[in-house]
Design a binder for this molecule. Structure first.
Ligand SMILES: C[S@@+](CC[C@H](N)C(=O)[O-])C[C@H]1O[C@@H](n2cnc3c(N)ncnc32)[C@H](O)[C@@H]1O
Length: 224
Protein backbone atom coordinates (compact mmCIF):
# COMPACT_ATOMS: atom_id res chain seq x y z
CA UNK A 1 0.00 0.00 0.00
CA UNK A 2 2.43 2.66 -1.19
CA UNK A 3 1.13 6.21 -1.24
CA UNK A 4 2.81 9.34 -2.53
CA UNK A 5 1.53 12.75 -1.48
CA UNK A 6 2.62 15.75 -3.54
CA UNK A 7 2.19 18.39 -0.87
CA UNK A 8 1.90 22.12 -1.59
CA UNK A 9 3.33 24.11 1.31
CA UNK A 10 2.03 27.56 0.44
CA UNK A 11 4.04 30.75 -0.08
CA UNK A 12 6.51 30.54 2.80
CA UNK A 13 4.46 31.38 5.89
CA UNK A 14 3.92 28.01 7.56
CA UNK A 15 0.48 29.15 8.74
CA UNK A 16 -0.62 29.30 5.10
CA UNK A 17 -0.39 25.53 4.68
CA UNK A 18 -3.73 23.73 4.34
CA UNK A 19 -5.01 21.30 6.98
CA UNK A 20 -4.99 18.57 4.33
CA UNK A 21 -1.31 19.22 3.60
CA UNK A 22 -0.47 19.23 7.30
CA UNK A 23 -2.29 15.90 7.76
CA UNK A 24 -0.37 14.38 4.84
CA UNK A 25 2.91 15.40 6.47
CA UNK A 26 1.77 14.07 9.85
CA UNK A 27 0.52 10.77 8.42
CA UNK A 28 3.35 9.88 6.06
CA UNK A 29 6.46 7.93 7.05
CA UNK A 30 9.03 10.31 5.58
CA UNK A 31 9.16 13.66 3.79
CA UNK A 32 11.11 14.22 0.56
CA UNK A 33 12.43 17.77 0.67
CA UNK A 34 14.03 19.36 -2.41
CA UNK A 35 17.31 21.19 -1.96
CA UNK A 36 19.36 23.20 -4.44
CA UNK A 37 22.55 22.32 -2.54
CA UNK A 38 24.56 19.53 -4.15
CA UNK A 39 25.79 18.45 -0.70
CA UNK A 40 22.14 17.76 0.28
CA UNK A 41 22.23 20.39 3.02
CA UNK A 42 19.16 22.49 3.74
CA UNK A 43 20.81 25.76 4.70
CA UNK A 44 19.20 27.58 1.75
CA UNK A 45 15.98 25.56 1.60
CA UNK A 46 12.75 27.43 2.27
CA UNK A 47 10.78 24.17 1.98
CA UNK A 48 12.89 22.62 4.74
CA UNK A 49 12.36 25.65 6.98
CA UNK A 50 8.57 25.32 6.59
CA UNK A 51 8.61 21.56 7.26
CA UNK A 52 10.89 22.03 10.28
CA UNK A 53 8.63 24.74 11.70
CA UNK A 54 5.51 22.60 11.19
CA UNK A 55 7.10 19.57 12.90
CA UNK A 56 8.06 21.75 15.88
CA UNK A 57 4.74 23.59 16.12
CA UNK A 58 2.59 20.45 15.71
CA UNK A 59 4.93 18.12 17.65
CA UNK A 60 5.65 15.44 15.09
CA UNK A 61 8.87 14.08 13.66
CA UNK A 62 9.49 12.44 10.31
CA UNK A 63 12.57 11.22 8.52
CA UNK A 64 13.66 13.82 6.01
CA UNK A 65 14.91 12.63 2.61
CA UNK A 66 16.93 15.26 0.74
CA UNK A 67 16.16 15.45 -2.95
CA UNK A 68 18.81 17.34 -4.90
CA UNK A 69 16.86 19.61 -7.24
CA UNK A 70 19.04 21.94 -9.32
CA UNK A 71 17.02 24.45 -11.36
CA UNK A 72 18.36 23.22 -14.70
CA UNK A 73 15.09 21.98 -16.21
CA UNK A 74 16.81 18.80 -17.37
CA UNK A 75 15.06 15.49 -17.76
CA UNK A 76 18.03 13.70 -16.17
CA UNK A 77 17.69 15.82 -13.01
CA UNK A 78 13.97 15.03 -12.68
CA UNK A 79 14.76 11.37 -13.32
CA UNK A 80 17.26 11.40 -10.43
CA UNK A 81 14.60 12.93 -8.18
CA UNK A 82 12.12 10.23 -9.17
CA UNK A 83 14.79 7.59 -8.52
CA UNK A 84 15.23 8.93 -4.97
CA UNK A 85 11.46 8.77 -4.38
CA UNK A 86 11.25 5.28 -5.88
CA UNK A 87 14.21 4.09 -3.83
CA UNK A 88 12.69 5.56 -0.64
CA UNK A 89 9.58 3.42 -1.16
CA UNK A 90 11.80 0.38 -0.43
CA UNK A 91 12.02 1.65 3.15
CA UNK A 92 8.77 3.61 3.61
CA UNK A 93 5.14 2.99 2.66
CA UNK A 94 3.88 6.56 2.66
CA UNK A 95 5.93 9.45 1.36
CA UNK A 96 5.32 13.15 0.98
CA UNK A 97 7.17 15.28 -1.55
CA UNK A 98 6.92 18.97 -0.75
CA UNK A 99 6.79 22.00 -3.02
CA UNK A 100 6.42 25.75 -2.44
CA UNK A 101 3.23 27.64 -3.17
CA UNK A 102 0.72 25.60 -5.15
CA UNK A 103 1.81 22.56 -7.12
CA UNK A 104 -0.32 23.64 -10.09
CA UNK A 105 1.85 26.70 -10.73
CA UNK A 106 5.38 26.29 -12.15
CA UNK A 107 6.20 23.43 -9.83
CA UNK A 108 8.53 20.44 -10.22
CA UNK A 109 5.67 18.20 -9.14
CA UNK A 110 4.31 17.61 -12.64
CA UNK A 111 7.71 16.93 -14.22
CA UNK A 112 8.14 14.21 -11.60
CA UNK A 113 4.58 12.88 -11.94
CA UNK A 114 5.02 12.59 -15.72
CA UNK A 115 8.00 10.28 -15.18
CA UNK A 116 6.29 8.39 -12.34
CA UNK A 117 3.22 7.84 -14.54
CA UNK A 118 5.45 6.37 -17.22
CA UNK A 119 7.79 4.27 -15.09
CA UNK A 120 5.92 3.45 -11.86
CA UNK A 121 2.23 3.31 -12.75
CA UNK A 122 1.23 1.77 -9.41
CA UNK A 123 2.78 4.69 -7.49
CA UNK A 124 1.20 7.21 -9.89
CA UNK A 125 -2.25 5.72 -9.41
CA UNK A 126 -1.97 5.91 -5.63
CA UNK A 127 -0.51 9.41 -5.65
CA UNK A 128 -2.41 12.45 -4.48
CA UNK A 129 -1.70 16.10 -5.22
CA UNK A 130 -2.57 18.47 -2.41
CA UNK A 131 -3.11 22.05 -3.56
CA UNK A 132 -1.91 25.13 -1.73
CA UNK A 133 -1.93 28.91 -1.55
CA UNK A 134 -0.02 30.52 -4.44
CA UNK A 135 2.57 33.27 -4.06
CA UNK A 136 0.34 35.65 -6.01
CA UNK A 137 -2.77 34.99 -3.87
CA UNK A 138 -0.61 35.80 -0.89
CA UNK A 139 0.82 38.91 -2.59
CA UNK A 140 -2.70 40.12 -3.46
CA UNK A 141 -3.83 39.68 0.15
CA UNK A 142 -0.76 41.53 1.44
CA UNK A 143 -1.67 44.71 -0.43
CA UNK A 144 -5.45 44.15 -0.24
CA UNK A 145 -5.87 44.25 -4.02
CA UNK A 146 -7.93 41.63 -5.88
CA UNK A 147 -6.46 39.74 -8.80
CA UNK A 148 -9.81 39.99 -10.55
CA UNK A 149 -13.26 41.11 -9.57
CA UNK A 150 -16.47 41.90 -11.45
CA UNK A 151 -15.79 41.87 -15.18
CA UNK A 152 -12.00 41.61 -15.04
CA UNK A 153 -9.67 38.66 -15.56
CA UNK A 154 -6.04 38.00 -14.77
CA UNK A 155 -3.03 36.50 -16.49
CA UNK A 156 0.01 34.69 -15.19
CA UNK A 157 2.93 35.11 -17.57
CA UNK A 158 6.49 33.81 -17.35
CA UNK A 159 8.97 36.69 -17.57
CA UNK A 160 11.73 34.69 -19.22
CA UNK A 161 9.82 34.02 -22.45
CA UNK A 162 7.20 35.97 -24.37
CA UNK A 163 5.40 33.45 -26.57
CA UNK A 164 4.18 30.52 -24.52
CA UNK A 165 1.23 28.14 -24.54
CA UNK A 166 -1.39 28.96 -21.94
CA UNK A 167 -4.13 27.47 -19.80
CA UNK A 168 -7.46 29.31 -19.56
CA UNK A 169 -9.83 29.07 -16.62
CA UNK A 170 -13.45 30.06 -17.30
CA UNK A 171 -15.49 30.99 -14.24
CA UNK A 172 -18.75 32.69 -13.26
CA UNK A 173 -21.09 31.26 -15.91
CA UNK A 174 -24.84 31.90 -15.89
CA UNK A 175 -27.11 28.91 -15.35
CA UNK A 176 -28.58 27.77 -18.67
CA UNK A 177 -25.99 29.53 -20.82
CA UNK A 178 -24.46 27.77 -23.79
CA UNK A 179 -20.70 27.21 -23.72
CA UNK A 180 -20.35 27.85 -27.47
CA UNK A 181 -18.29 30.95 -26.77
CA UNK A 182 -15.55 28.78 -25.29
CA UNK A 183 -13.45 27.85 -28.29
CA UNK A 184 -11.48 25.08 -26.66
CA UNK A 185 -7.97 24.73 -27.99
CA UNK A 186 -6.30 22.08 -25.95
CA UNK A 187 -7.48 19.76 -23.21
CA UNK A 188 -10.66 21.09 -21.64
CA UNK A 189 -12.40 19.86 -18.48
CA UNK A 190 -15.69 20.79 -16.82
CA UNK A 191 -15.75 20.93 -13.00
CA UNK A 192 -19.12 21.17 -11.25
CA UNK A 193 -19.86 21.54 -7.53
CA UNK A 194 -16.31 20.66 -6.45
CA UNK A 195 -16.43 19.48 -2.84
CA UNK A 196 -20.22 19.90 -2.79
CA UNK A 197 -23.01 17.38 -3.30
CA UNK A 198 -23.07 16.29 -6.94
CA UNK A 199 -19.39 16.96 -7.60
CA UNK A 200 -18.72 16.16 -11.26
CA UNK A 201 -15.50 16.26 -13.24
CA UNK A 202 -15.79 15.74 -17.00
CA UNK A 203 -12.88 15.54 -19.44
CA UNK A 204 -14.79 17.59 -21.99
CA UNK A 205 -16.72 20.86 -22.23
CA UNK A 206 -20.35 20.62 -21.19
CA UNK A 207 -22.54 22.22 -23.85
CA UNK A 208 -24.85 23.98 -21.39
CA UNK A 209 -24.22 25.26 -17.86
CA UNK A 210 -26.44 23.57 -15.27
CA UNK A 211 -24.91 24.88 -12.07
CA UNK A 212 -23.47 28.21 -10.99
CA UNK A 213 -20.60 26.35 -9.30
CA UNK A 214 -19.09 25.34 -12.64
CA UNK A 215 -15.67 26.11 -13.96
CA UNK A 216 -13.94 25.04 -17.13
CA UNK A 217 -10.21 24.66 -17.51
CA UNK A 218 -8.65 24.49 -20.95
CA UNK A 219 -5.25 23.08 -19.98
CA UNK A 220 -2.27 24.17 -22.09
CA UNK A 221 -0.84 21.81 -24.66
CA UNK A 222 2.21 20.24 -23.03
CA UNK A 223 3.65 19.23 -26.37
CA UNK A 224 3.64 22.74 -27.83
C1 LIG B 1 8.94 28.11 -9.69
S1 LIG B 1 7.75 29.35 -9.38
C2 LIG B 1 6.81 28.59 -8.13
C3 LIG B 1 5.46 29.22 -7.92
C4 LIG B 1 4.71 28.59 -6.79
N1 LIG B 1 4.39 27.19 -7.06
C5 LIG B 1 3.42 29.34 -6.47
O1 LIG B 1 2.36 28.72 -6.32
O2 LIG B 1 3.48 30.55 -6.34
C6 LIG B 1 8.73 30.51 -8.53
C7 LIG B 1 8.27 31.92 -8.82
O3 LIG B 1 7.12 32.21 -8.01
C8 LIG B 1 7.19 33.53 -7.49
N2 LIG B 1 7.30 33.43 -6.03
C9 LIG B 1 7.25 32.29 -5.32
N3 LIG B 1 7.37 32.54 -4.00
C10 LIG B 1 7.48 33.88 -3.89
C11 LIG B 1 7.62 34.75 -2.80
N4 LIG B 1 7.68 34.26 -1.56
N5 LIG B 1 7.70 36.08 -3.02
C12 LIG B 1 7.63 36.55 -4.29
N6 LIG B 1 7.49 35.77 -5.37
C13 LIG B 1 7.42 34.45 -5.18
C14 LIG B 1 8.44 34.17 -8.11
O4 LIG B 1 8.03 34.81 -9.29
C15 LIG B 1 9.29 32.96 -8.41
O5 LIG B 1 10.20 33.23 -9.46
Amino acid sequence: MKKLYMVSLGPGDYELITIKALKALQNCDAICVPTKSADNSFTRSMTFKIVEKLMKEYAFEKDIIPVYAPMNFKQEDWQKQVDIIEDSFKKYDNLSFVTLGDSAVYSTVYYLLDIIKEQHKEIYEKSEVIPGVTSFSHASAKVKKPLCVGDSSFLIRPLHKSKVPFTTVYMRPRIGMSTDRIKEKNDIYTFENLNYKGETILDYKKEKVDKYMTLFIDFYDRNE
